[in-house]
Write a protein of this length. Structure first.
Length: 456
């Protein structure tokens, strides 16, 4: 399912991009608000203006929360006005939120994965090439960008994506729109930093899209989105249903690209939105979709109840003027009204079964957010849901679904389950014993999830 791109005229395509590692600072007039500050991501951006007034206070609060490694405070700040404020500060915070240290992201050994890339002629490589060659036209900062700088960004974009997909070949596959997300991280950090951040993101946030065919990964997410809208605004949901829009296909580019394909301003819209998504439950993107619809409910309720009219109305929403600070506040309120755990617990059985067992919605918090998680060789990818044996579709998969119960049912619901099983207060001891057994079977990630039972 290709994404249409009205903003991105197709540039003449060379048969293969030469690797231009010597960047040029010439010809860039693009950025009014930020450099990625990197030595190897030479993009010609002007230095970002220093924040003033309330934004300066926000930046100080973000720095303090980062120094204290206070994830909860960072989440609160992400949903506050200005978010993480600047490209430089975002780079530090995003690394932390993805469980990475600055020293880890200086590792450039990933470039070895690019050996033979210029000779690769697979269907996936051709699709990536086509998307890359019409990219770097996406946002305001790309207006007037010089050809050498644009071509350099395209080379970096291609290399980062190919390296991630090659390292996790057989687990992850390209989808059209992935390049929009990767480009955001290349605007924040160096290619090496972008590689490590996006790899972590792909494994723990985007696996529904990268691991599964759309009918098995993306469409179930859209089903959860309609269920969320139904819980938050029954009248709006009824209007969508009457217009035969319950499958929410209009939201495909929103969910696939985290709105990076739809929003025209990089720093004040796209990066601000990513501030929120990176520190939230993986279901947060669905809340942003729902909040956008609810904010424009009056227009949608007045639209004719025919699919083309309703979809046309939604596609014509004024993305250029979206105030992400206001949008984020709305999402925060919605997530307080219907927390992600409650959303998942109230899914009907068909929708719940349709979610892949590896879905990030069922595997939160992430391993690096749990202090008790053991990690071998510093490689978190071994604990990624997509690395469950056979995708979790066996007896181990059943145990993994069992391990996901605390995150789905919440503390109160899990207590009721334990009591119904006659375990009572002894449930914690049983969970701890089962966790040890699972670890002996090589299922450390499941054991860690089950250990949360012991704390109930």
């Amino acid at each position: 399912q290709a994404l249409s791109d009205e903003r991105a005229p197709l540039s003449p395509c060379r048969s293969r991009m030469a690797r231009k590692r010597k960047g040029s600072r010439a010809g860039s007039k693009a950025s009014a608000c930020g450099s990625n500050g990197s030595a190897d991501a030479n993009d010609g951006h002007r230095p970002q203006e220093q924040p003033q007034g309330p934004e300066k206070q926000q930046a100080s609060a973000v720095k303090q929360a980062l120094e204290q490694r206070n994830r909860q405070a960072l989440e609160e700040l992400a949903y506050s006005d200005h978010g993480f404020c600047s490209t430089e500060l975002r780079r530090e915070v995003w690394l932390f939120l993805l469980g990475l240290t600055p020293s880890e992201t200086t590792d450039s050994s990933w470039r070895r994965l690019l050996k033979g890339l210029e000779e690769e002629d697979s269907n996936q490589a051709r699709v990536i090439q086509a998307d890359v060659m019409r990219s770097v036209y996406s946002w305001d900062v790309h207006t007037g960008l010089g050809k050498k700088t644009r071509d350099l960004k395209r080379v970096q974009l291609s290399e980062v994506m190919h390296a991630i997909l090659r390292r996790h070949s057989g687990r992850l596959g390209y989808f059209q729109g992935f390049h929009d997300i990767v480009l955001v991280f290349l605007e924040v950090g160096t290619p090496s930093q972008a590689y490590h951040m996006v790899e972590r993101l792909a494994l723990f946030h985007l696996s529904d899209q990268l691991c599964c065919p759309f009918d098995k990964g993306l469409l179930p997410l859209l089903g959860v989105l309609f269920h969320l809208v139904s819980m938050l605004d029954a009248l709006l949901a009824a209007a969508l249903a009457e217009a035969e829009c319950t499958e929410m296909h209009f939201a495909v580019p929103w969910v696939l690209t985290w709105f990076a394909h739809s929003l025209p301003r990089l720093h004040h819209q796209v990066m601000r939105l990513f501030d929120c998504l990176l520190c939230s439950h993986p279901a947060a993107i669905l809340y942003f979709c729902a909040a956008l619809l609810i904010q424009h409910r009056d227009v949608l309720l007045e639209a004719p109840r025919e699919m083309p009219d309703m979809v046309g109305t939604i596609q014509s929403l004024p993305f250029k003027t979206v105030d992400v600070d206001e949008w984020a506040r709305s999402v925060r309120e919605l997530m307080q009204r219907v927390p992600p755990r409650q959303l998942l617990s109230r899914l009907d059985s068909q929708r719940r079964r349709s979610l892949p067992v590896t879905s990030p919605l069922l595997h939160y918090p992430h391993p690096w957010m749990r202090p008790e998680v053991p990690i071998a060789d510093g490689d978190w990818s071994k604990l990624a849901p997509v690395y469950l044996p056979n995708g979790g579709v066996n007896r181990k998969g059943f145990l993994r679904r069992l391990a996901a119960l605390p995150s789905i049912l919440g503390q109160g619901g899990t207590r009721l389950v334990l009591r119904a099983l006659g375990l009572g207060a002894g449930g914690g001891l049983l969970a701890a014993a089962l966790a040890l057994l699972l670890r002996a079977w090589g299922l450390s990630d499941v054991a860690l999830s089950l250990r949360s039972w012991a704390k109930l």
